[in-house]
Design a protein around this ligand. Structure first.
Ligand code: KG4
Ligand code: ZN
Length: 373
């Protein structure tokens, strides 16, 4: 098929993103407005403020992505894709309405995108993970190799909203193997960041990861979640509570009034120990899933690690080691860090994948879905 271009728009949470991608996966131009400074002050995302920020930024973000792609207007793209759920309803609506307007005005094919499928499909965007060159300003990028994960594969989706293991069979065809019974892994990172007084705007994960590098992962004893449940589900609420209690205990032992007064070393040890146990839980669940899949006919041997927390280098390193240690080695794909977290390219690429299989939508009455099974 002849290459085509898609404008993708993403506004499900606190990032306003737009990107123009070509159907072979080349990112022609992109733009992202982060709201981290707005939400930093409140220690979390305030939906009303997020919606207002999306409204203020949407036009300039779309125009910037178009300009960086070297195009004159939206009339020059071949189709439009937009995230319609799951996410914050009032935020999703900003992106969805913009995409609907543009699709109707310019009479372009329209594709509604599922945010979780878009995270997963980023592992199928052709790129060279060892030597990736990504476009940030309009010049066409060169892909030195095009290694991508092929269906069927196993996806570990770890984000702020989700924590799931899924069998990925094809576009729109996913089977959940395990999910979280309470908090997601991203939430656990964010709450640990808040507890330790680290920056949390735009997610506390990167700050915890950075601090953890300076600490001892065995310094603070924490329970690995769900030891009694021999399934593939996750739980992070108990770990979150354990981290808080241990932190308060250490502060009391040091004779401090508040955990804020803990030394840098203590905080680094807590961050490192938390991250270690949080990843141990993932490792155990992943190994059990791999045992199961390896026993199936035509068993899956590819793992895609996706979602915001997949940007974590320690998680990547440890899951890579598991893939290599299996009797029959697994291949692992992780998008580059900046494509793990929310941005516009994910909406454009998911739309391209759906267009390729002949699946598009009608923009006129497109709804958004806070929950989207
Ligand atoms: O996928 P994402 O951008 O938004 C959702 O769809 O939820 O994921 C955001 C989550 C946040 O919880 C953030 O703290 C976490 O991903 N995150 C990280 C890292 N980068 C982002 N967690 C751990 N280590 C990181 N380097
Ligand atoms: Zn996301």
């Amino acid at each position: 098929t002849k290459p085509f271009t898609v404008l993708g728009i993403e506004s499900s949470c606190d990032d306003t993103g737009a990107a123009v991608l070509r159907s072979d996966g080349v990112i022609l131009g992109e733009s992202l407005a982060s709201q981290s400074e707005i939400h930093e002050e409140f220690g979390g995302i305030v939906p009303g403020l997020a919606k207002t920020a999306h409204e203020e930024k949407i036009d300039s973000v779309v125009n910037e992505a178009i300009a960086r792609a070297g195009l004159n207007s939206v009339a020059d793209v071949d189709a439009i894709g937009v995230t319609v759920g799951p996410g914050l309803e009032i935020c999703l609506r900003v992106g969805c309405n913009k995409a609907r307007e543009l699709a109707m005005e310019h009479k372009k094919p329209f594709v509604s995108v599922h945010h979780l499928e878009a995270h997963i499909l980023m592992a199928r965007l052709p790129f060279d993970d060892k030597n990736a060159k990504f476009n940030v300003g309009g010049t066409e990028e060169v892909h030195e190799s095009k290694r991508t994960v092929q269906f069927p594969f196993l996806a570990l989706l770890v984000s702020g909203g989700h924590c799931q293991l899924m069998k990925c069979l094809g576009i729109g065809r996913y089977e959940i193997i395990g999910g979280t019974i309470d908090d997601s892994l991203g939430e656990a990172f964010d709450k640990t960041a808040r507890l330790l007084g680290l920056p949390v705007g735009g997610g506390g994960g990167p700050a915890v990861e950075k601090l953890a590098k300076e600490g001892d992962p065995k310094a603070v004893e924490l329970p690995i979640p769900l030891q009694k449940r021999k399934d593939c589900d996750f739980s992070y609420a108990g770990l979150k509570t354990a981290v808080r209690m241990k932190t308060e205990k250490i502060a009391a032992e040091r004779g401090l009034d508040s955990v804020d007064d803990l030394s840098h070393e203590d905080k680094a040890n807590i961050a490192s120990s938390f991250q270690n146990v949080a990843i141990k839980h993932i490792e155990q669940r992943l190994k059990r899933t791999m045992d199961m899949l390896e026993n199936e006919d035509g068993g899956i041997r590819s793992l895609a690690v996706v979602g915001g927390v997949a940007a974590n280098q320690e998680l990547r390193r440890r899951l890579e080691a598991i893939c290599e240690s299996r009797n029959e080695p697994w291949e692992m794909m992780v998008p580059p860090p900046r494509l793990c977290t929310d941005q516009g390219a994910m909406a454009a690429w998911a739309a391209i994948e759906r267009i390729v299989v002949g699946s598009t939508d009608i923009p006129d009455n497109q709804e958004v879905y806070a929950r989207f099974p």
